[in-house]
Design a protein around this ligand. Structure first.
Ligand code: CO
Length: 151
């Protein structure tokens, strides 16, 4: 029974544009000031950039690695999702980001697979990219960020 042609495509994949890849792992931290030196030491390099994302109430730092990146997220407001995560769970792995070629198609496919998008849906995320988040309750206990590939 070889039915490769009828297998469902992965989330975000289209016939023309290929499959998603892991873009980064998001790690919630209490303070970039203390976490950046730790990760700089672990990875042997400084972050490629830091940025504030006011809509999410976070300041982030990205580290490049050989196969995907690491994003450290520090809350900038008391009511940001990262502040809530930190008070509930403490610092640690927060999300997995998949880069997808077509965000609308990826969201639609995720919905068909039973995964729900966190309101307000598609939004502007770090690095000015269009992103959406899939709720962990509907995605196997993992918060999944879908980020559209830059052209
Ligand atoms: Co992210």
């Amino acid at each position: 029974m070889t039915t490769a042609s009828t297998s469902p495509l992965p989330v975000g994949a289209t016939e023309q544009k290929g499959v998603p890849k892991i873009d980064h792992l998001g790690i919630a931290v209490n303070s970039l000031e203390s976490a950046v030196p730790l990760y700089s030491g672990l990875l042997g390099e400084n972050p490629s950039g830091q940025e504030e994302v006011p809509s999410e109430g976070v300041r982030v730092a990205f580290f490049g690695t050989g196969s995907g990146r690491i994003e450290l997220l520090e809350p900038t407001t008391q009511d940001s999702p990262i502040a809530a995560f930190l008070s509930r769970r403490g610092p640690g792995l927060h999300h997995v980001c998949l880069e997808v070629p077509d965000l609308e198609a990826a969201v639609e496919r995720a919905g068909a697979a039973g995964a729900g998008v966190v309101p307000p849906g598609i939004r502007s995320g770090a690095e000015g990219r269009r992103v959406a988040f899939l709720h962990p309750r509907t995605a196997g206990g993992v918060l999944i960020e879908l980020a559209e590939a830059a052209d």
